[in-house]
Design a protein around this ligand. Sequence first.
Ligand code: PBG
Length: 338
Amino acid sequence: MKRQMKKLSKQTYPSLRMRRLRNNSGIRKLISETKLTVDNLVQPIFVTEGKNKTEKISSLPGIYRYSEDNLLREVKKLKSLGIIAVALFPNISKNNKSESANEAFNNDGLIQRCIRKIKNKFPNFIVISDVALDPYTSHGQDGIIDSTGYIINDITNDVLLKQALSHAEAGSDIVAPSDMMDGRIKIIRKGLEKENFYNTKILSYSAKYASSYYGPFRDAVGSISALGKADKKTYQMDFSNKSEAIREVDLDLREGADLVMVKPALPYLDIISLIKKTFKIPVFAYHVSGEYLMIKSAAKNKSIDEKLIVIESLTCIKRSGASSIITYYAKEVAQWLN
Ligand code: PBG
């Protein structure tokens, strides 16, 4: 490697001109290393109770909450644009929320019904379902709390297992625990194997940071008011840490995760790159709601070129090592690339 570097550096200007390989679009395309394609994009979809609803989400312009009956039409549209996968998130009414989050594992709950509907109609379309309790708890935390408000790890895991099994039972292709409890991958994998769900994949949100970029999402699933001023720092990671992400991923892989996620995406490219380099596995990146909203808002002010900024951002996320990107821009990018 060192010798090679020496050889390279002997040649300099003018025999070597870096601009030679940039002087027209043909040569630039010919040697480009990263290609953004629809294949690697996942569209998050919010679903809500009731009938004939396509609700605007004020914190996420351009994104909607669909009632079950309107969901299939949207999935069909995404499919026709070449999108292969969606990630489902529920917004349930206040009276279905509780301290115990029982609605999370209701076999006939909103998410379970939606998974069944999509898989019945489009068996090859990939459904990723979120395993976490925040849309279901009256306090908006991702787990069961004690009297001081602390999230009790092991009791939460019991509920997460029931939730994951109810998703697998409904036909979810990929269950995605986004809660950051310790040991939940082990418990969910064991439970899935026991119930003969051998091919249900686990996408672990392994390196999920306690981030202020999630604000608009919390509004979309209706947990923001419940959460109030509370934060999630006793379970989600501190954004100043890096080596901890390796330990989290390592543990999740040993516990049985097939895929891992880094979240958020753009401010965390160093983490994506490090994990890809260390483990040689498919890494998902979640381009989260706050990242989406920042671009949308700037685009609304006409202060940036939205399309160019989005294509550049997502290509850079891929270049850093992500195999797949969950992004609210998936549908629009699919339209642009078509
Ligand atoms: C919660 C969950 C969150 C997101 C996905 N799953 C928010 C949180 O942890 O508070 C955020 C996604 C986004 O901001 O787009 N289990």
